[in-house]
Design a protein around this ligand. Structure first.
Ligand code: C2E
Ligand code: MG
Ligand code: MG
Ligand code: MG
Length: 286
């Protein structure tokens, strides 16, 4: 009997493993297809200051698969990274986001002080061709470098620190801004932070969520803000979902925000209606 049940368990295990790898293969196939035929979209989420004025937007990729509907980037980006497709996808994202800024600039719908934040995967960033590609894209779309912010993660520094640093300095030298995304969740290289040419830390939403109830989250947020201030780096809080979050962040001197409280990621036409139209900044002469 024991032998029997052991065999059954193994059979079930094998079937489950098979199902997992089938699903994975199907996802890879669908991703290849979506990349080839550019079946992605970019949504934009507002970034604001303490006066609830727009300071920019983050471009977030969306993939609606014919069979499964919307698939979260948190699910498919890691797969795209593993199979190398992220390089092509990242190229598409940059092209799309810059072309959107160019259109908005031309139509007078984008204040030159606003920044378009674009996520860059460590794998994409580490490509030898990344810098030339970035330059080519900027000149193709004629977008001022000061309107662009690249979001990178701490983990990027794990591989080949010196070449990453060199690249970051080159990007900064072009006038493009650099932010560290999901700050606090990765390989926190406090030692390197002071030598990194970055403009902004984005405090990960996991620290903001329970800011009002969790004393250690509150302490971490305090510490990040104090450290950033000492290093002359600005801080933006992610995942600001409530008025209470916003008020507490103000109290601890965090003045830049992104989150559902201010607005969800939306397609460009909706972004215009909800966040650009009626913006005071576009009405005041530069
Ligand atoms: P991220 O770069 O940290 O982006 C912020 C994520 O938090 C987005 O999820 C956004 O929709 C979500 N978010 C914003 N405000 C709130 C809030 O108040 N509460 C909560 N619970 N969530 C909020 P999304 O769009 O699903 O993206 C997930 C992750 O996928 C991103 O995290 C980023 O790491 C990756 N990703 C998205 N688009 C791209 C892309 O174009 N390229 C690359 N390489 N990665 C991307
Ligand atoms: Mg991001
Ligand atoms: Mg983040
Ligand atoms: Mg993230």
């Amino acid at each position: 009997r024991a032998k029997e049940s052991g065999r059954n368990t193994f059979a079930i295990y094998k079937a489950e493993m098979q199902a997992v790898s089938d699903a994975r293969l199907e996802m890879e196939k669908a991703l290849h297809h979506a990349t080839e035929f550019k079946l992605f979209e970019l949504y934009y989420q507002p970034q604001t200051n303490h006066k609830n004025e727009l300071i920019g937007a983050e471009a977030l990729i969306r993939w609606k698969d014919a069979k499964r509907g919307f698939i979260s980037p948190a699910e498919f980006i890691p797969v795209a990274e593993e199979i190398g497709l992220i390089v092509e996808i990242g190229h598409w994202v940059l092209n799309q986001a810059l072309s959107q800024v160019a259109i908005w600039l031309k139509e007078g719908k984008w204040h030159p002080s606003w920044r378009m934040s674009i996520n860059v995967s460590p794998i994409q960033f580490q490509q030898a061709g990344f810098l030339p590609m970035l330059k080519e894209q900027l000149s193709k779309h004629k977008v001022p470098t000061s309107c662009v912010d690249l979001e990178i993660t701490e983990n990027m520094l794990l591989n080949d620190l010196s070449s990453s640093l060199e690249k970051m300095h080159a990007i900064k030298g072009m006038g493009v801004h650099l932010s560290i995304d999901d700050f606090g969740t990765g390989y926190s290289s406090l030692k390197y932070l002071k030598s990194l040419p970055i403009d902004r830390l984005k405090i990960d939403q996991s620290f903001v969520r329970d800011l009002l109830t969790d004393k250690s989250d509150e302490a971490i947020v305090h510490a990040v803000i104090a450290m950033a201030k000492a290093l002359h780096i600005s801080v933006l809080a992610e995942g600001v979902e409530t008025l209470a979050h916003f008020e507490r962040l103000c109290e601890v001197n965090c003045f830049y925000y992104q989150g559902y409280y201010f607005g969800r990621p939306v397609p460009p036409s909706e972004f215009e209606v909800a966040f650009i139209q009626g913006s005071n900044q576009l009405k005041t002469p530069l």
